[in-house]
Design a binder for this molecule. Structure first.
Ligand code: AMP
Ligand code: MG
Length: 364
């Protein structure tokens, strides 16, 4: 999926620069970006998960600016990104044994760990919490940038609050042009879903957000790991469940059209979606279907978005946010999606889709 060329051409306010991950070629860009951060400014950066909106994690004013640029509620904490293992000690009170084990296996990579924060991390960055979320990203551009910017970068996903996360620099321009100082274009991200978040502050490690690293993988490394019940709870948290990751309570990723998921065996799902979209068409409404490649030819709807083969869960994860954004561009009013309960990434993909759908699911 390429960039939106209209957005990349004239009329842009925020400076967009390219980086490739080669420290020699990127040196000029990184020097400039590092200066912006050191002066308290904001830069959108690629990571292997999704694009992040970066500011100095140790500067309360920079964190305030991040919330403002995203329109994010200030009780929804930011993830602190580092690019050297030894920098972890500076921002947490102590490094739990579980963190050492997980870091050896998954860092640098798409895993965020929650630990007790050190005093140097301001409450503006942690949304008022005494804990801090830390990640060491694998993307070389992200690493170069973090080091050039002083080593401690607060970087939530670069989308405006409530919108699907950004997987290209074009998405960052759509959401943040004119609101931040620079966008570093490192091309399309690799994974396309946000990091797995695990809380290491309790007696038993607890999964707060599913991601590329699955609950099973965490259990392989640590033994017992629980999962926060809020991961699969309804949007309104009606069951009285209070999520440990504050961000889990907000509506996320929501496309402008009304998204409904349809779960069941393929033939029933296709029949149901065809009948719903035919009815909408009769009433003059614009509908779309999110389909696996396997079924894409079996829908009668005018707008079928092929998200990838059901055999290729990496591809589905990679395309998910871009597909949701594309549906916004198409001004579709109703969207029906198949469920993608794939073996490894199914939990993470369905977590994002269910949130995007406001937990509207039809079982056939
Ligand atoms: P984003 O950076 O947009 O992917 O969002 C970061 C996520 O990490 C949000 O859902 C936060 O609620 C969660 N998070 C960050 N810091 C903490 C923390 N100290 N405790 C629990 N969750 C956290
Ligand atoms: Mg986010």
């Amino acid at each position: 999926m390429g960039y939106d060329h209209d957005l990349l051409s004239s009329g842009r306010v925020t400076r967009v620069v390219k980086a490739c991950g080669d420290p020699v070629k990127d040196a000029g860009v990184m020097e400039e970006a590092g200066e912006i951060i050191k002066k308290g400014g904001l830069v959108a950066i690629p990571t292997e998960t999704v694009y992040g909106l970066a500011g100095n994690a140790l500067d309360p004013n920079a964190s305030r600016k991040i919330y403002e640029a995203k329109g994010r509620p200030s009780d929804n904490p930011l993830i602190v990104h580092i690019a050297r293992m030894e920098d972890l000690d500076h921002i947490v009170k102590k490094v739990p044994k579980a963190a050492v084990k997980l870091a050896e296996k998954y860092w640098p990579g798409p895993l965020t760990m929650i630990m007790e924060k050190a005093d140097v991390v301001p409450y503006e960055t942690t949304g008022g919490l005494d804990t801090v979320a830390v990640r060491f990203p694998a993307d070389p551009v992200a690493q170069e940038f973090i080091l050039a910017a002083g080593g401690y970068i607060a970087a939530p996903s670069a989308n405006r609050s409530g919108r699907p996360s950004c997987t290209t620099a074009g998405h960052c321009i759509e959401d943040l042009d004119g609101r931040i100082d620079m966008i570093i274009d490192g091309g399309e991200v690799c994974i396309g879903l946000e990091s797995t978040i695990v809380d290491l502050t309790g007696d038993v490690p607890c999964l707060l957000r599913p991601g590329y690293i699955s609950l099973e993988s965490l259990r392989d490394t640590l033994g017992q790991v629980t999962a926060d019940p809020a991961i699969s709870a309804g949007a309104d948290m009606a069951e009285g469940i209070h999520p440990k990751a504050p961000g889990m309570k907000y509506r996320h990723y929501a496309p402008k059209g009304e998204l409904t998921l349809v779960r069941g065996n393929a033939a029933d799902v296709i029949r149901k979606i065809n009948s719903l979209t035919q009815e909408l068409k009769k009433n003059g409404k614009k509908a779309a279907v999110i389909s696996s490649t396997d079924n894409a030819g079996r829908y009668s709807c005018d707008n079928v978005m092929d998200i990838g083969s059901s055999e290729d869960e990496d591809e589905i994860a990679h395309r998910l946010f871009a597909v949701l954004r594309k549906l916004d561009d198409m001004e579709v009013e109703y969207i029906y999606s198949e469920c993608f309960e794939t073996p490894k990434l199914g939990q993470a993909i369905m977590n994002r889709l269910e949130k995007a759908a406001g937990h509207r699911i039809i079982t056939v």
